[in-house]
Design a protein around this ligand. Sequence first.
Ligand code: HEM
Length: 414
Amino acid sequence: MTKPIPKEQGLDHSLDFLREGYQFVPNRRTSFQSNIFETRLLGERAICLGGEEGAALFYDADRFVRQDAAPKRLLKTLFGETGVQTLDGPAHTHRKRMFMSLMFPENVDRLTRLVGREWEKELDQADGETVLYETAQRVLMRAVCEWAGVPFAESEVDKRTDEMRLLFESGTALGPKHILGRKARASAEAWISSMVEEVRTKRLLPNEKTALYEFAWHRDESGELLPADVVAVEVINILRPTVAVSIYVLFTVLALHQFDEARTKLANGTVDATAFVQEVRRFYPFFPVTAARVKHDFEWEGYRFEAGTLVLLDLYGTNHDPAHWDEPGQFNPERFVDWTESPFTFIPQGGRDVDFGHRCAGEHVTIAIMKETVDVFLNRYRYDVPPQDFSYSLVDLPSLPKSRLVLTDIERRA
Ligand code: HEM
C-alpha cells in the first residue's frame, strides 16, 4: 500500500522559493513535520527530501540521475552545460576520477601555500585597509590559476576574477545580472578553450598534475580526448568554486570577529582550526539545495517515486536539523572536536561518497583554504573591524555579509 507524499497546494511555488531562499525547504519540512514533501517549482512537480534519511535516499545512485536535473539557467552560468555535474554512471565515475587525481594531499598543500603567499602579498600592499570579499577573490584566483597551470597576465586579473565571480553570483539572478553571467561564461570558456588547443599543440606546457594539463590530455571511457570546450568547462569547475571559497573566507573572518568565546578557544587550543572551519561550513548558508531526477519508478517507506520526477535535497536545512544537531542555531565549533563523521547529516558540499557520487570534488581544498585563512587572520596579521553592516540574508543566493567585510589598520604581526 502506498501512502501520499505530503503535498503543498498551489500551481507553482518558484516565487516562494525566491522569497524564502535557504528557508524554503526547511520551512515546509517543519510545517509538514516530514522529511519528504511535494511542491511545484518552475512549472513541474518536485519532491523535496531532507535530514539524514532523506540524504541517504538522495545519494542512492541506483535510484536517481543528474541528467536534466539542474535548471538551464544554472547550466548557462554556474555549472556549464557539459560538466561532471550532468553525468551519470560510468561516464560520471570516469570523469570524477579525473578531478580526484588532483586532490592528493601534497597537491592540496601546494594550493594552500600559494593561497598563503597571495594573502601576504595582498595584505602587505593593502595600505592598511581592504574590502575582504574582493581581496579574497584576487588571492584565490591568482593562487588557483597558478595551481591549475592556467597562465594569465597581471593586467587581466580583475577581468578574469570578475568573470568567475559573476558565474557563481548570477546563477539565480534575474534580468541583467543573469545576462552578465552568461556572457562571463562564454568569455571564460573561450579563454580556456584556446589554451587547450595550445597545450595540445605543445605551444603551452603546463606541469603534470595541474588541471589544465591533466584535463587537456584526459581520455574518456572510449579513449578519446575531450572536446576543448568540455575541458574548458571542467577547468572552470576548478577555478570558479575555488574563487567562490571567498564567501567562506568572509564568513570565517566574520565568525572570528563575532564569536569571542569560539575565537578564544581557538587561540588557546581548546578548539582546533579544523573544528572551527567545519562549524563555519555548517552554520553559514552557501548552497540551499542540490537536484536530481528519479531514474525509474520505485517505492520508499511507502511513498511512490515516478521516473523523471525532479527531487531536491535540503543541504542548508539538514546542516541545521535539530534531529541531528544540538542547538543548531548556535555557532559552536566544539561540536566538531570529537565529531563522528556522518556522510548524511553534515552536507554543505553534498553527501555520501566523493569518488563515486556527486559529492563535491573540492571539499579538502575548501577546508585547507579556510584553515589557511584562520591562520592568516588569527596568527599572521592584526587588523581592526570598523562598525559596518555584517548582516547577511537567508533569502539572497549567494548570501553574503552586506558590507563585504571591511578591515582597517592591517599589519603583519611580529
Ligand atoms: C566554496 C565552497 C564550496 C561549496 C559550498 C561547494 C559545494 C558543492 C556542492 C553542494 C556540490 C554538489 C553536490 C551534489 O550535487 O551532490 C559540489 C560539487 C562539485 N564541486 Fe564543490 N563546493 C565548493 C568548493 C569547491 C572547490 C574548491 C572545488 C574544486 C577545486 C569544487 C569542485 C566541485 C565539483 C567538480 C563538483 C561536481 C562533483 C560531481 O558532480 O561529481 N567545489 N560542490
